[in-house]
Design a binder for this molecule. Structure first.
Ligand code: CUV
Length: 631
């Protein structure tokens, strides 16, 4: 259904309110003018939001309710749960959901490694055998006389065991400084198995189980650790083994990476097991020839969201945008197909696409989408499926309406590929020079800026303003996910952005020829940030919480982001959120998360929507940690 035509002044105002992405603005304007519904319209239609849900004070988990807490009289749900319990239970549910999403994605990758070893996923191979052998060593697999394939099977098997419940610990936890591991043990939050912590959490949110909000939130930390140091970490490491450990390279970003004269295909979602096969398929000579026969100059593959970051980091595939760009990519009228797997995909994309010629192709049995074309993608038939999808996209080129094509502006260059391995290499083989720069105060500290876009925040504003404010204070930013892409679009991922940094950081970046903001990958690659923190802690022989580092999620929306925030804090990293979680209904829970947790893990959350103020909070924290270290 089309909305009524909107007056130009209102369109102008909304366009400014919604985003700072200059390439997005013309499409937002077009959508408003012509009545194409976007996430911002749906957000507006949902206002005012339910104040009970917003405060975390509603519960519909069982059918004795649904319940809301409305003081002074209705202060318990039908079961007897009070505000603290309802809020904490809702939060644990979010953490478990996010942890499950990351870790299940990790499992799909680990399974692929196992299938490569067993010889049934022949389209995949081992791209980084050194990393495979290092990991095997870490997992106690003797590997000198074995072939890469044999190791892949054994390592894949051993990693799948991490999901179970017989080992009672996770291998990668031992990457953390000893003192940090001891903190986890003392707090009783050392995870015992990846799936186990999710199931344990789900058990606790069943009515009549978890009743103590503190105990519930501690389980939240344990479950999140099983994501960060478990499922996500395996996902990152094994993706590197299968598809290559990222190295520093250049590419481009924003909606203008679409090409008017090419068949344009976007991959959207998360798992490189799918998107890497699409990368292969688009270079197939037969399909390229078919594209040309259909009148196109070639096939142009672009990324979106995290699977885009995976391809950008490893292959330099251009990136069309982040979370709130997903509908706009379709509205360029130049996209033949959007291939998705799972997570962060608007269920309404086929509805958006139905106004254009774009085909939405879903590929995961877990994420079938009404209105999409479904291909049952699995690693044993990866390439043949990817080729079939690409063929469909190529054939769709003839359905494009040239009058509708609107690709605004031009792309921005960026530098990417900053895996820990690549950073070390750039530093001459170890983190020592980085540590020296931090000790000398040339770099005051480092901040991981991560997470999504959220229509509660002007698109990209939180990320970009926070990043700019921090580099001005000589604080190095390492970024993943949609945060990194926001910085990319704003030009912050180029060495030339050093000009926007404080004098000291600027000099460091200029001498190393690196940007002041390093793109470290997708959301599961936040595990790279954990490993970086662990290696810094180990080098200095201090627990993670003593390092001059912090985390931030200025525009987060997803359950996955809650899990990320929780494992940052549980690992000892002070973390500032730009969007308030639904917890304000319980002052006790708020106080535990923003203060009380210091007693258990020496770190806490803060919430600060103003990015400039958030930068001040982070800088203060970093200076305190520097003083603590005597530097
Ligand atoms: Ni996984 S989780 S919107 S794509 S960062 Fe982007 Fe990143 Fe959030 Fe999703």
């Amino acid at each position: 259904a089309r909305m009524s035509l909107m007056n130009p002044a209102l369109i102008e105002q909304k366009k400014k309110e919604r985003t700072i992405d200059e390439n997005a603005k013309p499409l937002i304007e077009m959508a408003l003018r012509e009545g194409f519904e976007t996430v911002w319209d749906r957000y507006e239609m949902q206002q005012p939001s339910c104040k009970y849900c917003e405060a975390g004070l509603s519960c519909a988990r069982c059918t004795m309710g649904p319940c809301r807490i409305i003081p002074p009289h209705r202060i318990r749900g039908v079961c007897g749960a009070d505000a603290d319990l309802i809020v904490s239970r809702n939060l644990l549910d979010m953490i478990a959901t996010g942890s499950a999403a990351h870790s299940d994605h990790g499992r799909d990758i680990v399974e692929t490694l196992y299938l490569v070893g067993m010889g049934t996923a022949t389209d995949y191979g081992i791209a980084d055998e050194d990393k495979l052998r290092l990991l095997a060593q870490e997992f106690g697999i003797a590997n000198d006389k074995k072939s890469a394939k044999e190791i892949a099977a054994l390592l894949g098997r051993a990693m799948l065991e991490e999901y179970g419940m017989t080992r009672n610990t996770l291998q990668c936890l031992s990457r953390a400084p000893k003192a940090t591991q001891e903190i986890w043990d003392a707090a009783g939050i050392t995870p015992r198995g990846i799936d186990r912590e999710v199931v344990d959490s789900m058990h606790r949110v069943q009515m009549g189980v978890g009743a103590d909000y503190t105990n519930i939130l501690l389980q939240g930390l344990r479950c999140s650790l099983s994501d960060g140091w478990g499922g996500s970490m395996l996902g990152t490491d094994v993706s590197d083994v299968l598809f290559g450990t990222p190295s520093i390279r250049e590419s481009k970003v924003n909606l203008a990476v679409l090409k008017k004269d090419h068949v344009n295909i976007a991959v959207h979602g998360h798992n490189p097991v799918l998107s890497e096969m699409v990368v292969k398929a688009v270079t197939d000579p037969e399909l390229v020839a078919l594209a040309k026969k259909n009148g196109a100059a070639g096939i142009n593959l672009v990324g979106l969201c995290c699977t885009g970051s995976e391809l950008l980091m490893r292959k330099g595939v251009p990136m069309s945008g982040n979370h709130l760009n997903q509908e706009l990519v379709i509205m360029t009228g130049a996209l033949e197909a959007m291939i998705v797997d799972y997570q962060c995909i608007f269920p309404s994309l086929p509805r958006t696409a139905s106004c254009f010629h774009t085909l939405i192709v879903s590929t995961s049995p877990k994420a079938k989408i009404p209105g999409s074309y479904f291909f049952d993608f699995s690693p044993d038939k990866g390439l043949v499926t990817a080729k079939a999808i690409v063929r469909m996209a190529v054939e769709n080129f003839k359905n494009r309406n040239p009058a509708r094509v609107n690709i605004p502006g031009s792309p921005v260059p960026l530098m990417t590929g900053f895996s820990n391995e690549a950073i070390k290499k750039a530093l001459g083989g170890s983190f020592k020079p980085l540590i020296n720069l931090i000790a000398a105060g040339k770099i005051r500290g480092a901040v991981g800026i991560v997470g999504c876009n959220n229509p509660h925040v002007k698109h990209d504003y939180g990320h970009v303003e926070l990043t700019k404010a921090l580099i001005k204070k000589n604080i190095l930013c390492v970024e993943t996910g949609c945060a990194a892409i926001a910085s990319g679009k704003a030009g912050l991922l180029m060495p030339s952005a050093a000009a926007m940094a404080g004098d000291d950081l600027r000099a460091v970046c200029e001498s190393l020829k690196i940007p002041p903001v390093l793109h470290m990958g997708s959301c599961v690659d936040n595990s790279r940030i954990l490993v970086l923190a662990a290696e810094l802690g180990n080098a200095l022989n201090v627990p993670i919480h003593k390092l001059p580092i912090a985390g931030a999620a200025p525009e987060w929306y997803s359950q996955k982001a809650v899990s990320i925030g929780a494992y940052f804090v549980a690992s000892g990293v002070y973390t500032v959120l730009g969007v308030m979680p639904h917890i304000s209904g319980s002052p006790a829970v708020v106080s535990l998360l923003t203060d009380g947790l210091k007693g258990a893990v020496n770190a806490n959350f803060a919430v600060e929507p103003d990015p400039v103020k958030a930068a001040d909070l982070i800088a203060d924290h970093i200076e305190k940690k520097r003083t603590g270290l005597g530097i």
